[in-house]
Ligand binder design. Structure first.
Ligand code: NAD
Length: 245
């Protein structure tokens, strides 16, 4: 248990719920959720229902929760239209940052859930890279384009006014409460879209258990210190061999 006050943005979603549960499990007494819908009800959690792209909703949640740590997981699901991604991921994240940077804000740390897709062009395999690899010139799709923009805003805010920020880039997330991945797989099977295989079954992809992704967010919030300035992420990638063979 810490002395921090946590606000989980998107805390009624799949990943956000696991983050809330892990905070409660480790005994945190100040846990709040900001989400556009309320899907969960806990006696010891305060829910602020509002839209991330509305400054008054966000300011209200920050002010009333007196949050010191914000974990921002909110996003429309993959496979929707460009406009909604712009609204929530870009405008919403900018609104949140502007509210956090107001003088009366109590927030000292911001952890953002980005996506592994921000560095994937869809054209080339990605192997043996770390977080210093460049974004592709052309993003994979509208969803990932807006995740890139949001991630850049969050990382560029690191160190401004004492705020510490970081971004986590999960790839596919699976586990209890999943509303996208397994239902998507079932949809593919149901629609008969799995009759052919392209390739020889050697392509690799990352899937991470939701509990581990949630835990990574807690660790990031705990360990976020002013020790790894974003500028160093832009340094050239050193020649390192991280192959498993
Ligand atoms: P989810 O849809 O289950 O949860 C997102 C939550 O954000 C929902 O509760 C939703 O109501 C909320 N939200 C959406 N728009 C909002 C708005 N305008 N204002 C306030 N709240 C709003 O999604 P998830 O699978 O839990 O994903 C969480 C995060 O992880 C997202 O940022 C997503 O981009 C990222 N991510 C997910 C996966 C995956 O496989 N699920 C993979 C990589 C990255």
């Amino acid at each position: 248990m810490s002395s921090e006050s946590y606000l989980v943005v998107g805390g009624c979603g799949f990943l956000g719920r696991h983050i809330v549960e892990q905070l409660l499990e480790r005994g945190e007494s100040q846990v709040s959720v900001f989400d556009i819908v309320q899907r969960h009800f806990d006696n010891n959690v305060t829910f602020y229902i509002g839209d991330l792209s509305k400054p008054e909703d966000v300011q209200n949640a920050l002010h009333k929760s007196q949050a010191t740590v914000v974990i921002h997981t909110a996003s429309p699901a993959h496979g929707m239209g460009k406009a909604i991604y712009e609204k929530v991921n870009v405008e919403g994240t900018r609104t949140l940052l502007e509210a956090i940077q107001q003088s009366e804000s109590t927030v000292g740390k911001l952890v953002y859930t980005s996506s592994g897709g921000v560095i994937y062009s869809g054209k080339e395999d990605i192997t043996n890279v770390d977080e210093r690899v460049n974004y592709p010139l052309v993003p994979l799709d509208a969803y990932n384009a807006t995740k890139v923009e949001a991630e850049k805003m969050v990382l560029d805010a690191n160190g401004q006014g004492g705020l510490l920020t970081c971004a986590i880039r999960p790839a596919g997330i699976f586990g209890p409460g999943d509303r996208q991945m397994i239902s998507g797989f079932y949809g593919v099977i149901k629609n008969g879209q799995t009759k052919w295989q392209i390739g020889d079954n050697t392509n690799l992809g990352d899937f991470t258990f939701v509990g581990n992704v949630a835990y990574a967010h807690l660790l990031a919030a705990d360990k976020l210190e002013n020790i790894y300035p974003y500028s160093s992420l832009r340094d050239p990638i050193p020649s390192i061999d991280i192959s498993l063979g």
